[in-house]
Design a protein around this ligand. Structure first.
Ligand SMILES: Cc1ncc(C[n+]2csc(CCOP(=O)(O)OP(=O)(O)O)c2C)c(N)n1
Length: 637
């Protein structure tokens, strides 16, 4: 590989020379259908799972016939067929995915473990702490393997942690652990076999620290100047392959001639696979195909084969509050999908901060209604792990503001995984959001725009109880990651007729809430209620109101129709102005609907400040405070 790298035939390469025994020994100790979360040093995982070399070479050349269709580099890809979950560059997030997979094994009562790798550098990440803690608290059969090679890029271990040995951390998490010689393949294999049995029989996690050394740079370009030469000499003597060969010769299992033959066989296989992988052939890529793979096809819905999937039942005369409609949608989804798991802080006996899941644990049990430790990142990661094993999950952010500490898993794992290597993330994240209740900067933010800018996510934001129920059901049926925003101020202040049936409202479809001729307000969430209130008080102005309901993907045809019908567009949102979705819609209308416009597209948004606590200040912050002014300005144009 190093030669091919120099010849420019493969992309950036992370060498595992010196550490081979860990990947190979660990992989061989597992059953082939147990998931592994490898990192960039773990070529041995891929080869030990017998992935065809030819396709691996295609992957490393960025070919569209590789495992990630040219979309990922080096080792950042997975293969469902081989039960390997591809890493993201951020390293630590792999660990919590293993938790989710182990949880799935546990729930299915399968005798399996999952394995996640980390370097000693990666143990400094919060993800390490969160994943180990969750695995311990939930008694998950997962093995965490630290490959301690002494350096995190150039940073020596003594600048990485203060405990004597990383294995000492196991005790702190309440799990067993062992430190072993990572350069001895038999020790690795035997330890892993034993630990696997332990994890399955005791339904517990385990931490293994493999002492090893990296004989090359972090990647080839960065060199090894920071490593004293004596270290190379010392570790060269402990080379895992040379030593194992020597052992096999001494034990008379192999002779030097057989070893040479084996090497030659490998060499020939590598040559043939490399040649047939067509190095250097130019390939064409198509925009449609790239866009198509951003989302997994929505085939798995409860009634995708039924023609009336999006049929909205008659509304009847049963009034439900916004939060009750969400609760009912969630409840019916739990009945519909036996493989649906709910996770969140305080959602079990306590019923959640907003009581959406009150009574659920009594009905569905603690296995499916899971209180989580305070660790958003690990829970999003675990949700992804569940999805790898065919589960659906809904995670409740206690407040949408706290999504920041789970951000990486959402943005980089959930959103990108289907595009990167064809694995869907069947996860819904419920986001109690928004202000108006004097809750200050960290319990009131509107942060939907962060997610709208992330291809691969869907962003749903209902404003009425009937939409909230139908859209929540649709998001749970959708196999893609969905951010589901629930405005907190609407929970108990808004009621509506909500059908009793289990029904979906189609994601990506806006709704005209009120017809009008003078101007159109395009809005969502609380904005819909502000606009309706304004229109009802100002009957002399004929206002059309379009409720977007879904922010990603946007319903462009409904937006175009709104422009055509009034020629005057005001985009209203509670989110702050700069970088809010209003800017995006405005740009799109300008580009695509210019000829129907009678005035510039205008925006009414909240002030570009953090959201303040004092109720008067908050009122002033809100877009609603400037709605009248904005409408007057637009009408006067
Ligand atoms: C979150 C994050 N920060 C920084 C980096 C850059 N980076 C890549 S690998 C690495 C060192 C990793 O060290 P370690 O976990 O010990 O693994 P090793 O490469 O030694 O096998 C760093 C700093 C990264 N990939 N992700």
């Amino acid at each position: 590989m190093l030669v091919l790298l120099r010849q420019g035939k493969i992309s950036k390469w992370f060498s595992g020379i010196g550490q081979e025994a860990i990947s190979v020994g660990a992989t061989l100790a597992l059953q082939p259908d147990e998931w592994i979360m490898p990192l960039h040093r773990n070529l041995g995982v891929f080869t030990s799972r017998k992935m065809p070399l030819e396709k691996l070479f295609m992957q490393w050349q960025g070919s569209k016939n590789g495992y990630s269709k040219g979309r990922e580099r080096s080792f950042h890809f997975g293969s469902k067929e081989h039960f390997i979950c591809g890493m993201i560059s951020h390293l630590g997030p792999q660990l919590a995915i293993a938790d989710g997979i182990a949880l799935a094994y546990k729930l299915k009562k399968e005798n399996k473990v999952s394995i996640a790798f980390t370097g000693e550098g990666g143990t400094s990440e919060g993800d390490f702490h969160e994943a180990l803690n969750v695995a311990a608290v939930w008694d998950l059969p997962v093995i965490f393997i630290i490959e301690n090679n002494g350096y995190g890029l150039s940073t020596p271990a003594k600048e990485q942690y203060r405990c004597e040995n990383l294995i000492d951390k196991a005790k702190g998490y309440g799990m067993e652990g062992v430190q072993i010689d990572g350069n001895n393949i038999l020790e690795v294999y035997d330890t892993l076999k034993g630990v696997r049995e332990y994890c399955i029989n005791n339904q517990k996690p385990y931490l293994i620290e493999c002492m090893t050394f990296r004989m090359r740079g972090h990647e080839e370009a960065s060199g090894t100047k920071y490593v004293p030469t004596e270290m190379f000499e010392e570790w060269n003597k402990k080379d895992p392959i040379k030593n194992y060969e020597q052992y096999l010769i001494e034990e008379k299992v192999l002779s030097e001639i057989t070893i040479a033959d084996i090497r030659n066989e490998f060499k020939a296989e590598i040559e043939v696979s490399l040649n047939s992988s067509r190095v250097g052939t130019s390939e064409s890529f198509h925009i449609e195909e790239e866009l198509k793979d951003v989302y997994a096809p929505n085939k798995k819905g409860y009634s995708s084969t039924k023609p009336n999937r999006f049929h909205f039942p008659p509304s009847g005369d049963r009034g439900l509050k916004f939060f009750e409609a969400i609760k009912e949608g969630l409840h019916q989804s739990m009945q519909q999908h036996q493989n649906l798991i709910l996770m969140g802080q305080d959602i079990a006996e306590y019923g959640g901060a907003f009581k959406i899941t009150e009574g659920f644990v009594e009905e569905f049990g603690k296995e499916r209604i899971r209180n989580t430790p305070l660790c958003e990142s690990a829970i999003v990661g675990a949700a992804l792990g569940l999805s790898l094993e065919g589960y659906k999950s809904v995670m409740e952010m206690q407040f949408g503001d706290f999504v920041t500490v789970g951000f990486n898993q959402i943005i980089n794992n959930l959103a990108k995984i289907n595009y990167r290597w064809g694995q869907n993330a069947d996860v819904v994240i419920r986001m109690p959001t928004g202000g108006g209740v004097g809750a200050g900067p960290f319990h009131s933010q509107s942060n939907e725009a962060w997610f709208i800018h992330t291809p691969g996510l869907k962003v749903v934001y209902p404003s009425s109880p009937e939409d909230a129920k139908g859209l929540l059901i649709a998001t749970i049926n959708d196999p893609n990651p969905v951010m589901f925003f629930e405005h907190k101020a609407l929970y108990r202040s808004v009621s509506g007729n909500v059908p009793k049936e289990y029904y979906e409202i189609e994601i990506g479809k806006a709704k005209v809430v009120k017809e009008g001729e003078d101007l159109s307000i395009i809005t969502y969430g609380a904005g819909v209620h502000w606009a309706v209130e304004y229109a009802n008080k100002n009957l002399d102005i004929s206002i059309q109101i379009l409720d977007l309901r879904t922010l990603l993907p946007l319903d462009y045809s409904a937006i175009k129709e709104a422009v055509k019908s009034t020629g005057k567009i005001l985009i209203l949102h509670e989110d702050t102005l700069i970088g809010g979705i209003g800017g995006e819609i405005s740009a799109w209308v300008n580009e695509h609907c210019f000829e129907w416009l009678d005035a510039p597209v205008m925006r009414c948004a909240s002030l570009d400040t953090p959201i303040p606590f004092n109720l008067e200040l908050e009122k002033n912050f809100m877009a609603k405070a400037r709605l009248h002014q904005a409408i007057e300005k637009l009408l006067a144009y």
